[in-house]
Design a protein around this ligand. Structure first.
Ligand code: CA
Length: 238
């Protein structure tokens, strides 16, 4: 088990990009059995759209796709600042291709055909602890959250938070700089798997309250609402 898998109460989110249905389905199914949340894309366009709108902990990316190759998807993701670890899948075994893939920003490379156990081992190895998760202290600017003590501090002053607010803040901090959708919060913080009634209003109110506590007192705004998308925690771009 990696630190990422044990330190966080949130399921690992993986994107599987592969046009061959059999491979895509079996990889997705196998990873779901690990308890991971898996989304799948069958072509480059679908992969781009998901990468733009959602946040993942890992991408399993096939090289050969019908519209454009995985390398192009990878390059554009890296150009857009997406730092998610990427495992490239390919039938190509040539050293040149491997070097090209790694240079384009892939973190590892697995040649087809592969055994699922091998894929899983590579995936686990790539699930690094969250970038900011050095120890149990999550930080953004002068905001800190000790996830073990469940205490948040801004500019040296403790912020009184409810347990739910601590959960939400931890989630936003772990995915800081990235879009966190209401759906992600609903599923992974509220643990609501069946959408009987939408929690959107509950989440919005909760976030408003959290923002007042975290960003009150004229402090720099760290929690941002992205209309129609969700929320993002981070410093405003300079
Ligand atoms: Ca393919």
């Amino acid at each position: 088990m990696t630190a990422a898998a044990t330190d966080t109460p949130f399921p690992t989110r993986v994107l599987v990009v592969e046009d061959e249905r059999k491979t895509r389905d079996s990889v997705a199914e196998g990873l779901r059995l690990e308890g991971w949340t898996v989304k799948a894309a069958a072509d480059g366009d679908a992969a781009d759209a998901l990468l733009e709108r959602e946040t993942f902990d890992l991408v399993v990316l096939d090289w050969m796709l019908p519209d454009r190759d995985g390398l192009t998807v990878l390059r554009s993701a890296r150009t857009n600042g997406i730092q998610t670890p990427v495992l490239m899948l390919t039938a190509r075994g040539a050293l040149d291709d491997r070097v090209t893939g790694l240079e384009a920003g892939a973190d590892d490379y697995l040649a087809k055909p592969f055994a699922f156990a091998e894929l899983l081992a590579r995936c686990r190895a790539l699930l690094r602890p969250p970038i900011l998760g050095a120890g149990q202290l999550l930080r953004c600017g002068d905001l800190q959250l000790d996830t073990r003590a469940r205490v948040a501090v801004r500019a040296g002053k403790e912020i009184p938070l409810t347990p739910r607010e601590v959960d939400v803040l931890e989630y936003l901090l772990r995915y800081q700089g990235q879009i966190v959708t209401r759906e992600m919060l609903e599923r992974e913080v509220w643990k609501q798997t069946q959408r009987v009634t939408s929690l959107d209003n509950v989440i919005d109110v909760q976030l408003m309250r959290l923002r007042r506590k975290v960003d009150g007192d004229g402090a720099e705004k760290l929690i941002h609402t992205l209309r129609g998308l969700g929320y993002r925690l981070g410093k405003e771009p300079a």
